[in-house]
Design a protein around this ligand. Structure first.
Ligand SMILES: C[S@@+](CC[C@H](N)C(=O)[O-])C[C@H]1O[C@@H](n2cnc3c(N)ncnc32)[C@H](O)[C@@H]1O
Ligand code: SF4
Length: 397
């Protein structure tokens, strides 16, 4: 499959147009499990039969194509887990299967998530030749103490090497950092972020550390052995993040995602603009519209059970549920308010079949949590973003 690099500023922002059609492929394996992570990721010390998984992915892709009908793909995302543990041939085979199922125009964004500890020059070259044109690196912190605390397998020197290699190999590159770590001050985080922006290309994902139920961090937190910043401190850290990134030309275009205008992730925008996407692989979620009906698909999470299921019946889907208009309206609201460009109010009204409650909207406007951009768009203010869940819950009722 030949995928040419995306021209600079191919996605001019703001671009409120077609939300697009994305293809997400989940690689559910990691070299080690990070103590904060509740994503569908598994460690397999005995190795992984990649060829068998490729055949499974190809079968499920064909099945999703049946469900979606013919579509033009606007982005592909290989996420995980740790997709940079895949052999380049595996990535190539998955991309070929996608190109065989749907129309994949030249130049669309093709992202692969990579961990600095699993980065080798040869592999990166192999991914590039396979058609990957954007890499998202899990850097997470720029000091070794915090990297150890987060249970990461790389150190800062390894992260720097991976960033350099990514910048040399791929036309586009982003990296992730986790903040709101225990005892993190605004000054320390701002200094770390300034340093990160110096290494960044044109996109950064900055996530607040979340204590997820079922993880080792959850147990430690419950036992009082791990203290994360309280809500006030987290809000200060969030505000510092917005100010620092905006001042350096990488403003937030979504709650946790920052880019130079034009360098936003096309794939992520499809999720937040509530477009359709096919979710392939263990534990992947999808949204597919057929004849005006929108379906939510979920696949089996356990990798080997997913594979057996695909081999036996062609797909690993455990749930395919039609979303009613209220559910679609709630999802559209939840996603749209994450974006700096905001929610397309007319679209929301046409999905919901009603208008937003004027009294609730007025209350949130007066509180300074939301603002109108002309008649057609509604967005969260910076203070509204901090209490986004409450704003969404209020408007959704
Ligand atoms: C699930 S990972 C997949 C990519 C890759 N394995 C990595 O670790 O970067 C995607 C992003 O989610 C972040 N993440 C996972 N759990 C998190 C949590 N509890 N709080 C904040 N960020 C989290 C990861 O650190 C990473 O930046
Ligand atoms: S490497 Fe990424 S996906 Fe794997 S456990 Fe760590 S955060 Fe989760």
């Amino acid at each position: 499959m030949t995928i040419h690099s995306q021209p600079d500023n191919a996605l001019a922002f703001p671009d409120f147009g077609d939300p697009g059609f994305g293809v997400y492929v989940h690689w559910p394996f990691c070299a080690a499990k990070c103590p904060y992570c509740d994503f569908n990721s598994h460690v397999r010390l005995k190795g992984i039969d990649e060829e068998r998984f490729v055949a499974g992915f190809a079968r499920e892709i064909a099945c999703m194509r049946e469900l979606s009908g013919p579509r033009e793909v606007t982005s592909i995302f290989l996420g995980g887990g740790t997709p940079s543990l895949m052999k380049p041939q595996t990535v190539e085979a998955v991309l070929s299967a996608i190109a065989g199922a749907w129309h994949v125009p030249d130049g669309i964004e093709v992202t692969l998530e990579a961990n600095p500890s699993s980065v080798e020059a040869e592999r990166f070259q192999g991914y590039r030749s396979a058609g990957v044109n954007r890499v998202s690196l899990g850097v997470q912190a720029l000091n070794d103490k915090d990297l150890r605390f987060l249970g990461r397998l790389h150190d800062v020197a390894g992260a720097m090497k991976a960033i350099d290699l990514a910048r040399e190999t791929f036309p586009r590159m982003s990296f992730d950092l986790i903040y709101a770590r225990p005892d993190q001050t605004v000054d320390a985080w701002t200094a770390e972020l300034e340093e990160a922006i110096g290494y960044a290309a044109d996109h950064l994902s900055l996530y607040q550390l979340t204590i997820e139920e079922g993880t080792p961090f959850y147990g430690l937190h419950k036992a009082g052995k791990l203290k994360v910043p309280d809500n006030d401190q987290a809000a200060l850290l969030y505000e510092a993040t917005q100010e620092t990134t905006a001042a350096r030309g990488l403003p937030a275009y979504e709650v946790s995602n920052h880019a130079r205008p034009g360098a936003e992730s096309r794939h992520n925008l499809t999720y937040w603009r509530y477009g359709d996407y096919a979710g392939i692989g263990p534990g992947a979620h999808g949204r597919l519209t057929r004849a005006g009906h929108k379906f939510a698909t979920v696949t089996e999470t356990h990798p080997e059970t997913w594979l057996e299921r695909v081999e036996a019946r062609g797909d690993g889907i455990t749930e395919s549920v039609e979303l009613d208009t209220e559910e679609q309206a709630d999802e559209l609201l939840l996603m749209g308010l994450r974006l700096r460009e905001g929610l397309d109010v007319r679209r929301w009204q046409s999905v919901a079949g009603r208008t937003l409650d004027p009294a609730r909207e007025d209350f949130l406007l007066r509180q300074g949590f939301i603002e109108r951009l002309g008649n057609d768009r509604l967005r969260c203010t910076s203070s509204g973003m901090i209490v986004l869940d409450a704003v969404v819950a209020d408007l959704a009722l």
